[in-house]
Design a protein around this ligand. Structure first.
Ligand code: OAK
Length: 841
């Protein structure tokens, strides 16, 4: 039903259009109104939680107006939109970001202070929106910020998990997972109870021929679950453009619960149906770079993909264009293979429901989708068992088989007689049971496939997707090196550094065009600038030291070198190598005479990150770090020379605290395993240096900032295969320093050595898949080089300033522009600021 207000009545609407607040006074009256009416509180009953709520609601009011205008403008302009489909959006906090992007944080700070609050305390009240695991989810969040900031018409589509990534507690050195119930009070989402989609599962396929003799398929029976839309406004920086993130929540299709069953006394099963439906969007799977093939996960994927596509198609149909114009209006990006069923679902909609011919539909489908690959790790490549898909989505399985058939026929035509090739590229793996290879389906169903850093994009072309390059030609494969939003990762996380930079570049314009950072290189020798630079780093370190003290009781010296590794715990990221290196350092300190000890550079080794709950080795690594910490931190011989800290529950808002306080951060994955990494970019942008392997974006960071400003070590990706081979054929001798570390662990220096046996055996007896032993010496030596470099504070600061000035390339704005031009073919659509435009224009 069209609900547009008729022309004659629109004048009244325009007259009463609400405006946001313009000054501090306006903010304060908005704030007080929300305290007193929306929240039913008063000045006698207003704690920081209430202040957070009122402040958020005040900013939300402002955001909604611009959000509405943006959406109206996009609808009327009828221009092409991009839809970013991601199972994860790791958004972090919204209030601080909204205030900064709108450009009214200072005003709010003043207003809150007038009313009796400190803005920092108010910001801290917000619970992180943690709907993601790690890199892939945070990248999606940075992309949303850039899309809005660059005025691109774009929507994100995801799932509204009731529980985000678990909260991590460390108890007796072990990780314990606690549910993250984050929806208690969330002012940033708008339930759209009128926007719902019925999603079907199970059932059977009814095939017949219609009156024209055409074969048709109908998917019937099964069960239905309702998808309800929740919208989250995404403000752009210094622009009124406000995009939409639509998250789907699952509900029982038949209202609350089954009254029939309820009335007949079958209370339990009436509620069970409801709960089963709600289970779909209940919880985020806590695996990073690992896929476990669970039925509920497949249900999540289809539920979200089907609801999103229904929504996109409905919007397209309103324009009454011909179907062939669909790809001119719609670009859909698949954030890894998790949304790949969208390819199949769109083909189903076009063929089964809209009656298009297969080829015409397939042409539309392949011109609509783009696929981003985020990993080459075999355990992360999605495969779904054919029987499972058959059971849950019978019609989709048929379509997958048809897609595969036509694809293999075309391969056969181009490469006649190459049966091995056909078997290698088949979307169906002929295993027991048969499996659907989702990455292959995504490649076949998309017009572009991209990796996320140069090395990674080269690797996918020469390894996992090699045959597809032969089949489709090299142009289908491209690289878009990842980026980060400088709004959150510089301006918000490190406001003093952002302001110092602005004092040299003249404005904060570098936040919109990060290449402008290069201007600060002219000031690299300016003593006042350097002094303030160092003072900011020290203050950030002191703030982190304070946090470490209150949360762990460990006292660290802010002038020690802060060595940080924060990211998901994974063997390929090699936190085990880091802690082995720490043990080595500890043994050296212990072996030194009191005189010699004075020569050591004081260090604080800081770790943070979650292990997937079922990842036993990762949990062992956390336990070892904590065990080493409790020995080292209490050893009188060591004192300030070495402290080991594990920070609990690493998340986006903790990253904002930790990253600006780092001197050296570790990006030390086995070469060829980390697709890009994005925290490497965040650390350098905040004036920290990095130690890293020649992997992922480290390589491009080196190209940009110069070899002298980064500490690279270790074997190269091209040598990994041979090195693994050497281990497997007994041709590798363990590194002697690593042997000493293992001896110390096995002697019980850090508690019961049985607890850490798995980590040692993996290296010593099971082929050292991640090549810790091969890289260990070079890793230790490089840390010695770092110690020496840090002693020369003047050179160190020069390196930091120079590096920051050359980081312009790594803004997610550059990255989004590359997607827009090379993959999506979309243009910015600026929204005029000024007065609200006439909605009928
Ligand atoms: C998560 C689940 C499945 C597959 C990949 C991931 C993932 O998070 N990959 C990470 O993506 C980031 C963004 O592109 C990269 O920077 C990381 O290197 C990569 O591990």
């Amino acid at each position: 039903v069209e609900a547009s207000i008729p022309e004659p009545q629109r004048e009244a609407w325009l007259k009463h259009q609400v405006g946001g607040f313009k000054d501090k006074d306006g903010f304060e009256s908005n704030f007080v109104r929300h305290i007193e009416t929306t929240l039913a509180r008063s000045m006698f009953n207003c704690d920081e939680t209430a202040a957070y709520a009122a402040c958020s609601l005040a900013f939300r009011d402002r955001l909604i107006l611009e959000w509405n205008r943006t959406q109206q403008r996009q609808t009327f302009a009828d221009s092409k939109r991009v839809y970013y489909l991601s199972l994860e959006f790791l958004m972090g906090r919204a209030l601080d970001n909204a205030m900064l992007n709108i450009g009214q944080k200072e005003l709010a700070k003043g207003g809150l202070s007038d009313l009796g609050f400190r803005i920092e305390d108010v910001i801290q009240q917000e619970h992180d929106a943690a709907l993601g695991n790690g890199g892939l989810g945070r990248l999606a969040a940075c992309f949303l910020d850039s899309l809005a900031s660059l005025n691109y018409p774009a929507w994100g589509y995801g799932l509204r998990y009731r529980y985000g990534i678990f909260k991590q507690e460390i108890i007796d050195g072990y990780q314990v997972e606690v549910p993250d119930y984050w929806l208690d009070f969330n002012p940033w989402e708008f339930p759209r109870h009128d926007v719902t989609v019925d999603i079907q599962f199970y059932g059977y396929v009814h095939k017949s021929t219609d009156e024209n003799g055409k074969a048709t398929a109908r998917w019937e029976g099964g069960e239905t679950v309702k998808a309800v839309a929740y919208d989250v406004p995404i403000p752009g920086y210094a622009t009124p453009s406000t995009n939409n993130l639509r998250l789907w929540s699952s509900k029982a299709a038949s209202g609350e619960f089954d009254f029939q069953k309820f009335n007949s006394g079958d209370y339990e099963s009436s509620v069970a149906d409801q709960q089963r439906a709600e289970t779909i969007s209940a919880v985020l799977y806590p695996n990073d770079n690992l896929e476990r093939g669970k039925e509920l996960r497949l249900k999540q994927q289809y539920f979200w993909v089907a609801a999103s596509l229904y929504d996109i198609v409905r919007r397209f149909k309103k324009s009454r264009r011909a179907w062939r114009e669909f790809p001119d209006q719609v670009a859909i990006q698949l954030n890894d293979t998790h949304p790949t069923l969208a390819v199949v679902e769109l083909q189903r909609i076009l063929v089964d429901l809209e009656g298009l011919e297969w080829d015409e539909a397939w042409n539309i489908v392949t011109n609509t989708f783009g696929y981003t690959n985020h990993t080459v790790l075999p355990e992360a490549l999605e495969k779904w068992s054919v029987p499972l898909i058959q059971h849950l989505l019978p019609r989709h399985l048929q379509i997958i088989y048809d897609i595969n058939l036509f694809f293999l026929q075309s391969v056969e035509r181009a490469h006649p007689g190459d049966r091995d090739l056909l078997a290698r590229v088949s979307i169906i793996e002929e295993s027991q049971p048969k499996m659907v290879r989702m990455a292959y389906l995504a490649i076949v169903g998309s017009h572009k496939v991209n990796g996320v850093a140069e090395l990674h994009s080269d690797l996918i072309k020469t390894t996992i997707f090699k045959d597809f390059v032969t089949i489709f030609g090299p142009d289908k494969f491209t690289n878009v090196t990842n980026g980060i939003t400088p709004r959150r990762w510089l301006h918000q996380a490190n406001p003093r550094l952002s302001d110092l930079i602005a004092s040299k570049t003249g404005t904060h314009d570098f936040l919109k065009d990060l290449t402008l950072l290069n201007k600060i290189e002219l000031s690299v020798d300016d003593p006042a600038f350097r002094k303030e630079w160092a003072a900011i780093k020290l203050a950030n370190k002191a703030r982190l030291a304070e946090y470490i003290k209150t949360t762990t009781g460990i006292v660290v010296n802010p002038s020690a070198l802060f060595d940080v590794q924060v990211k998901r715990i994974h063997e390929y990221k090699r936190q085990q190598m880091n802690i082995f290196g720490v043990i080595h350092r500890y043994l050296r300190i212990k072996a030194a005479s009191p005189e010699e000890r004075k020569k050591f550079l004081p260090r604080v080794s800081i770790f943070g990150g979650k292990a997937a709950p079922g990842y036993w080795m990762a949990k062992q690594i956390i336990h070892l770090i904590n065990s080493v910490g409790s020995v080292v931190n209490n050893d009188k011989d060591v004192g300030d020379l070495l402290k080991v800290v594990f920070l609990e529950d690493y998340n986006v808002s903790k990253a904002e605290l930790i990253i600006p306080a780092s001197d050296i951060s570790e990006h030390i994955s086995t070469a060829g395993t980390e697709a890009s990494g994005t925290s490497n970019m965040k650390f350098v942008l905040n004036g920290g240096l990095i130690i890293g392997t020649c992997d992922g974006a480290n390589i491009e960071i080196t190209r940009e900032i110069g070899e002298n400003n980064i500490f690279l070590f270790g074997n190269l990706a091209e040598d990994v295969e041979d090195l693994r081979h050497a281990h497997n054929y007994g041709q590798h001798t363990l590194d002697p320093d690593l042997v000493k570390v293992f001896e110390a662990i096995e002697k019980g220096t850090f508690g019961d050595s049985k607890d850490f046996a798995g980590m040692i055996t993996a290296v010593r007896d099971h082929g050292d898949y991640y090549l810790v032993s091969d890289d260990f010496q070079s890793y230790l030596e490089t840390h010695d080089v770092i110690d020496e470099a840090y002693r020369n504070q003047e050179d160190w600061i020069t390196k930091c300033i120079t590096s920051v000035s050359r980081m312009g390339f790594f803004t997610s704005d550059r990255c989004i522009n590359e997607y827009a031009e090379g993959i999506w073919n979309i243009e910015p659509l600026p929204i005029e600021t000024a007065e609200p435009e006439k909605i009928n224009s």
